[in-house]
Design a protein around this ligand. Structure first.
Ligand SMILES: Cc1cc2nc3c(=O)[nH]c(=O)nc-3n(C[C@H](O)[C@H](O)[C@H](O)COP(=O)(O)O)c2cc1C
Length: 381
């Protein structure tokens, strides 16, 4: 439970991170908050948003603002979703079940990581009416990748993310310094429990429990190709939309579509993979141009303000994801804090839309955004 004085200071998404820092163990906070190597991309995800500016429009009717949108036939209350990110239970005992319940209440899309601390089926049971997508990685044993996706289909998930930016794990100095290399007991990567019961424990949960990031890496296929995307789409997904997550160039966006992607997600894993790549918002224009309207383009990385959401939409994104803020809100005050934080973001989006003269999401256009004429920007760090 939050103190009244703590609640009063929670006015924007970043405020939840500031408070979470005081509540979480140092090594866990750093695991969640840090980037890889010099954290250039982590910082750039935020700074890049600050180099784009909105162009307000006046005297337009904005009395009935609606942030509602449709993605693959599902109505969502706003163009903000929960990006798939493992281990929510490190911040809240109900883990991803709690996050999915909040998404169900608010009408948002929830992404469940293959490396979640609650299983595909637990999350489906906790939030049966939620719009939920499952996120896969290509494992060395592709039959396990396929089995996990099939479980998601059976459990009523309505889309699949395939994360393609993690053939090796980013160089995480903070965790090495803090000795944060084990999934703390009693947490488990719940989706592997079935594999464990099949006596494959040596390769899966036992390994992922100790030094789990490093050992997870051993399970991931490094010899991947775009044929894996085609395989997943044609032979595994059972007609569900496949979103390829972790695209950072126009070239890969085109290849992903040719391989069968139904949507492209611009993402650098929140600065947790390749350091010194651009902030994701700066990559969005080249990807949108290359995609040419063939499929929706999603984005995550550094989204913290309603104005960030409007900027991404003005540059051509259909919706944007949040990663780290979910953990921080759960750590502050559980489900109610997460709900409050997402509602704050929705209010910010509504205000930004009104001041840009946009009553609906489809009113947000490229004419609403520009670069600063002098190339200046105000760093938010
Ligand atoms: C602790 C943590 C765990 C993550 N785990 C995954 C994962 O299992 N799969 C994945 O595709 N992305 C994962 N991500 C990346 C997020 O999906 C997302 O791309 C990123 O956090 C967005 O940037 P943001 O944190 O600035 O919002 C993780 C991110 C964090 C912070």
């Amino acid at each position: 439970m939050l103190e009244e004085s703590e609640k009063r200071n929670l006015l924007n998404v970043d405020d939840y991170q500031v408070l979470a820092k005081t509540k979480l163990p140092h090594s866990l906070y750093e695991y969640l908050a840090s980037g890889t190597a010099d954290a250039t991309t982590l910082r750039e995800n935020r700074d890049a948003f600050a180099r784009w500016y909105l162009r307000p429009r006046a005297m337009r009717p904005v009395g009935r603002i609606s942030t509602r949108m449709v993605l693959f036939g599902q109505g969502l209350s706003m163009p903000v979703f929960c990006s798939p990110a493992g281990v929510h239970a490190l911040c809240h005992p109900d883990g991803e079940c709690a996050t999915a319940r909040v998404c169900q209440d608010l009408g948002l899309l929830f992404g469940l990581s293959q490396h979640a601390t609650k299983s595909i089926e637990q999350v489906a049971a906790a939030a049966p009416q939620s719009h939920r997508y499952y996120q896969a990685y290509i494992l060395k044993d592709r039959s396990i990748t396929a089995r996990l996706v099939q479980r998601a289909i059976q459990a009523g998930y309505s889309g699949i993310f395939l994360t393609v930016d993690s053939v090796r794990f980013g160089y995480r100095e903070a965790d090495a310094r803090n000795g944060f290399d084990a999934l703390p007991s009693p947490h488990r990567l719940a989706n592997y429990d079935e594999v464990r019961q099949q006596n494959l424990d040596q390769t899966y949960n036992a390994k992922t429990h100790l030094a789990w990031d490093q050992n997870s890496e051993l399970l991931f296929e490094q010899n991947v190709s775009w044929k894996d995307v085609t395989w997943l789409k044609e032979e595994v997904c059972g007609g569900l939309p496949l979103i390829v997550k972790g695209i950072m160039t126009a070239e890969d966006a085109v290849l992903a579509i040719e391989a069968g992607a139904d949507a492209i997600m611009v993402s650098n894993h929140g600065g947790r993979q390749l350091d010194t790549c651009l902030g994701s918002i700066d990559v969005l224009p080249e990807v949108v141009m290359a995609v040419g309207g063939r499929v929706p383009v999603l984005l995550d990385g550094g989204v913290r303000r309603g104005t960030d959401v409007v900027k991404a939409l003005a540059l051509g994104a259909a919706a944007v994801g949040l990663g780290k803020p979910l953990f921080f809100a759960l750590a502050c005050g559980g489900e109610s804090s997460l709900k409050d934080m997402l509602e704050i973001l929705q209010t910010e989006i509504e205000v930004a839309m009104a001041l840009c003269g946009c009553e609906t999401i489809s009113d947000i256009q490229s004419s609403h955004i520009t670069r600063h004429p002098g190339g200046h920007f105000q760093s938010r760090l």
